[in-house]
Design a protein around this ligand. Structure first.
Ligand code: ADP
Length: 257
């Protein structure tokens, strides 16, 4: 039986197709989120990769910020539940998940079955989210995908003291004007995000093995800075950005079963 998870995010759309709740048949990420053609494109990309049509999908679960507006879903499930399940499938030993997406950050505790035990979330402020990184990458004139490699060359990360994204942006501009190296500024930006998110994670409690999910997990600079803040290793699966869609496809298989 084929099931599908669709994660309609604020910034990007992700889909996963599973066979019998066990085998990943297809996956897609489209860099357009809710309110755009992104969800539909991600759905069609995954279906064509798997050589399937919509009618072949036994159950479809939508998750993410825009899940309620996605047409044709059999169920909607919150992204915290889905990220927990998805990460547990990819990295079964993990008990703490730090999910940084386009416009929020969450820290979750999960049990050995991937069930959500507790979580905290920041969705009130852009600091400590992908949005903060996207804004800063633009100011530096580099693609957000390149920030991690850039920060790896840092020698003396700059300090970014403002929490507010707008003020932090001015701070970055003044570092640029003062001639600071781009790599040192990028590292300072990552430390700023990591401090915010580490404080969030401490509130839920960081226990057992730790993993990151969401698109920002692909930024090695943030992962390294988070490891330094939490003083422990963090696992990142190559499909970390797809964890929510994968969890949704797993829950679809359970519900259909
Ligand atoms: P959402 O689910 O809220 O739409 P995602 O979990 O897809 O968001 O995360 C989007 C964020 O991930 C972007 O704002 C960007 O900062 C970051 N991101 C996405 N792809 C990459 C990449 N290849 N390298 C580094 N950062 C990335």
């Amino acid at each position: 039986m084929m099931t599908m998870g669709v994660d309609v995010g604020s910034t990007s759309s992700k889909t996963v197709i599973l066979r019998d709740g066990k085998e990943i048949l297809a996956k897609a990420v489209v860099s357009m989120g809710t309110g755009t053609a992104g969800p539909e494109q991600a759905l069609n990309q995954a279906l064509s990769q798997a050589g399937l049509e919509r009618k072949d999908i036994g159950c479809l679960v939508a998750t993410g910020y825009g899940r309620l507006t996605f047409p044709g879903a059999d169920h909607q499930v919150s992204e915290v539940t889905c990220h927990g399940r998805g990460i547990s499938f990819l990295l079964p030993e993990v008990r703490t998940v730090i999910d940084i997406g386009g416009q929020d950050a969450k820290a979750l505790q999960i049990n050995e079955k991937g069930r959500l035990m507790n979580f905290v979330m920041n969705d009130k402020c852009a600091a400590g989210t992908g949005r903060f990184l996207d804004v800063m990458a633009k100011v530096l004139g580099v693609p957000v995908e390149g920030l991690g490699d850039l920060s790896a060359q840092a020698e003396q990360p700059v300090s970014i003291s403002n929490v507010c994204t707008v003020f932090a942006e001015s701070e970055v501009i003044s570092h640029l004007a003062a001639g600071a190296k781009l790599s040192d500024i990028a590292a300072g930006i990552h430390i700023s995000v990591a401090r915010r998110v580490a404080a969030l994670a401490m509130r839920v409690g960081v226990e057992g093995q730790v993993a990151m999910s969401g698109g920002v997990a692909l930024n090695q600079g943030v992962v390294r800075a988070m490891e330094a803040e939490l003083k422990r290793p963090i696992q990142v699966h190559p499909d970390a950005q797809l964890a929510g869609a994968l969890g949704a496809a797993l829950l679809a298989a359970e519900r259909a079963g």
